[in-house]
Design a protein. Structure first.
Length: 298
């Protein structure tokens, strides 16, 4: 019979597997012998317990996203029990949380483009063997404002060095699009494909051949969590970079430079104009942000 860990590995990425395992273990520890037989109401009670608990690190309530991640893991746990015949139903399947996540773009906290440019220009991988691959990832964050998911889904066939373009696949959140590469990226990518890409491909097992453009140290698809760890390796907690915040910073910079809103929308892959317009900031708002940054007690 398949184990819970094997089931999770089959269904999710390594990063999600580790997260789910932690949430499920905490759930089972709290529920005790009732875990496998819990009812809809008991699962709700557990979520309520989490909602009322305090984050030991921040001293505040758990973030809505943390609550959703816990519920996601619990649902996966019961799907496993149903698949292995230990239950006939999933008591958490139709539980949906309405806790609001703050999706407001805090423009005053975004990164300056000078900092992002310096990140690219001075990047040094811990292992020189991965320098080209890692620098390409940094460049795609800084110059194309890609999400980590978009970066991990790029195939070698999506690169057109003759045209100097890269094709980005659409997903649930963003539209697909074709973006121009900067000249320094073209040279970097050319050398990577010529010298490094086939070395990663040789590490693949015959049964797991892929043509992903960027691969991990074992020749497998580079997962989103790998990118976050890579750019923050050896960084102090207060200096850690958030990949999505890099994307937001690039988009906000383009808006600030008065690029046409429709052009920026296409560049970012936003499905709605409103998503792009959220990056706009009036002179009054910009002044207010500056005052709050300089005088936080005002």
């Amino acid at each position: 019979m398949i184990t819970l860990e094997d089931y999770l590995k089959r269904e999710y990425s390594p990063t999600v597997v580790n997260s789910n395992k932690l949430h499920i273990e905490r759930y089972k520890l709290t529920m005790g012998e009732r875990a496998e037989k819990a009812t809809y109401s008991e699962v709700l009670d557990y979520i309520g317990l989490l909602r009322a608990s305090v984050n030991s690190r921040t001293g505040g309530r758990l973030h809505p996203k943390t609550l959703r991640n816990n519920l996601f893991a619990i649902k996966a746990y019961y799907r496993y029990l149903v698949e292995t015949g230990k239950r006939k139903d999933n008591p958490a399947e139709f539980i949906y949380l309405k806790d609001r996540i703050d999706r407001q773009i805090h423009l005053e906290s975004l990164y300056q483009m000078e900092i992002l440019e310096e990140l690219y220009e001075t990047w040094q991988s811990e292992n020189p063997e991965y320098q080209s691959r890692d620098k390409i990832i940094i460049s795609l964050l800084v110059y194309q404002a890609l999400t980590v998911l978009e970066i991990t889904q790029i195939k070698i066939s999506d690169i057109d060095l003759e045209q100097g373009t890269i094709k980005i696949k659409g997903n649930a959140k963003n539209k697909g699009r074709t973006l121009s590469l900067k000249s320094k990226q073209i040279l970097l990518i050319h050398n990577y494909i010529k010298q490094d890409w086939r070395q990663y491909q040789r590490k693949q097992k015959p049964s797991k051949r892929t043509d992903y453009f960027l691969m991990n140290n074992e020749g497998l698809q580079f997962w989103a969590g790998n990118i976050n760890r890579m750019i923050n390796l050896h960084r102090d907690k207060q200096d850690k970079l958030i990949p999505f915040k890099i994307r937001q910073s690039v988009i906000a910079h383009l808006i600030k430079e008065n690029h046409d809103i429709r052009v920026v929308q296409e560049f970012a892959g936003h499905r709605r104009t409103g998503s792009t317009e959220a990056y706009k900031q009036s002179g009054l708002e910009e002044l207010k942000s500056a005052i709050e940054k300089l005088h936080p007690l005002q």
